[in-house]
Design a protein around this ligand. Structure first.
Ligand SMILES: Nc1ncnc2c1ncn2[C@@H]1O[C@H](COP(=O)(O)OP(=O)(O)OP(=O)(O)O)[C@@H](O)[C@H]1O
Ligand SMILES: [Mg+2]
Length: 366
């Protein structure tokens, strides 16, 4: 066996924490970079750098201390990462970050590589907003092109008043998208080593206030639709030349699926894979980073994942203390709990949507 390898992770949130846990199981060390001294991943990593993602010295120091580097934070600036990609082992490269950091570029890229998207238009001022509204119609969704997450930087426009209220958003470049009255949302997580693309079972995602609330796996859809989603998603990854991990969020409507956004990092909707699949999204990312062959995941049993935001943290602790077979409570160890902050998640293995509704949904804040 070769000497122990060290994985460097840009970002020390819950995704970094779960990557680090799987890295340890596979015999690797971990060093994390995060601006917060109390970042969740610091509790389990072997070495830490407290520093900003836009501090070139901090990011380079992480690269120096690692054999291979990945990111769990999407907004690492290109002028910092691009020069480092040439000199250090960052096998996913900068490209998937670049392509996903701007919603306009992201959707153009999806269309150019075989995926359908909702209709959209770039919006920079009131005139272009009004032009976009006339061509796309209302309702529509106005989003900032960069730095949005968990529904931040978004406004649904249904009326003239909504348009006027949204004008202050236009101090930064935006995109207007048609509002998709989807049947449901779904996401797929894939890992590629450049030869093989493995993908995790597709779940149905339910959002509340723009934040992921629940994933039901498997998503109920026809074999034909599922087959097409898996095939086109893998083809998209190949055509773009992406390696490592990629998650794509889709809107499903009338037997068709539309690209919403992608993330070149482990995805919240893939947390269920830790106990719900034979191998999980963090583990396959680590296998890729360590040059190990990928494993094709299989669903163990129908699974439900419930995100735990601040308002549900105490209830999650109670459920953990009670002890239920097949119920796995994850608490991320964030020192400050806030109502809409992701504090943990619970995975229910061997659980159907109907049984979850009946037996568990009442325990959480509606
Ligand atoms: N065009 C649209 N039509 C209908 N619903 C939409 C549209 N765009 C966004 N939404 C709703 O808002 C949610 C959040 O949007 P989106 O994924 O674009 O933003 P985000 O802030 O990057 O979210 P996250 O980072 O949590 O995935 C979507 O999952 C969906 O429920
Ligand atoms: Mg999203």
């Amino acid at each position: 066996m070769n000497a122990t390898k060290t994985i460097g992770i840009i970002g020390g949130g819950q995704l970094g924490l779960m990557i680090a846990e799987q890295a340890h199981l596979l015999g690797a060390r971990v060093v994390c970079l995060d601006p917060a001294a109390d970042a969740p991943a610091f509790a389990v990593c072997d070495d830490r750098i407290v520093g900003r993602f836009d501090d070139p010295q901090a990011v380079e120091e992480l690269c120096r201390r690692a054999d291979v580097v990945t990111y769990e934070f999407e907004n690492v600036p290109g002028d910092i990462l691009i020069p480092l990609v040439e000199r250090y082992n960052i096998p996913q490269g900068y490209r998937p970050l670049y392509d996903s950091q701007d919603r306009l570029r992201e959707k153009d890229n999806a269309r150019n590589n075989g995926l359908l998207t909702p209709r959209y238009a770039a919006v920079d001022d009131e005139a272009s907003l009004r032009a976009a509204v006339s061509s796309l119609g209302l309702p529509a969704v106005l989003k900032t092109r960069t730095l949005g997450y968990d529904g931040h930087g978004q406004a649904v426009l249904r009326s003239e008043e909504d348009i006027l209220r949204a004008l202050p958003m236009l101090t930064v470049p935006c995109i207007l998208e048609e509002f998709v009255p989807f049947d449901f949302e779904a996401s797929i997580v894939m890992v590629s080593d450049g030869r093989q693309v493995v993908s995790f079972p597709v779940g149905r995602n339910v959002h509340r206030d723009g934040i992921l609330d629940l994933c039901f796996v498997p998503a109920e859809m026809s074999d034909e639709l599922l087959g097409r989603m898996k095939q086109l998603s893998a083809e998209f990854m190949r055509r773009c030349g992406y390696e490592g991990i990629l998650a794509i969020e889709y809107f499903v409507r009338d037997g068709e699926f539309y690209f919403n956004e992608m993330a070149p990092r482990p995805h919240n909707s893939g947390h269920y894979t830790i106990e719900g699949c034979t191998t999980n999204q963090f583990r396959e990312l680590v296998r890729y980073l360590l040059g190990m062959p990928l494993e094709e995941p299989r669903l163990v049993a129908p699974t439900v994942m419930k995100n735990i935001l601040g308002q549900d943290l105490e209830e999650a602790r109670r459920i953990a203390a009670e002890g239920h077979e097949g119920v796995y409570v994850h608490i991320y160890g964030k020192t400050e709990s806030r109502p809409k902050r992701k504090m943990g998640h619970i995975t229910f293995v061997g659980m159907t949507p109907e049984r979850y509704e009946r037996e568990w949904s009442d325990r959480f804040v509606r």
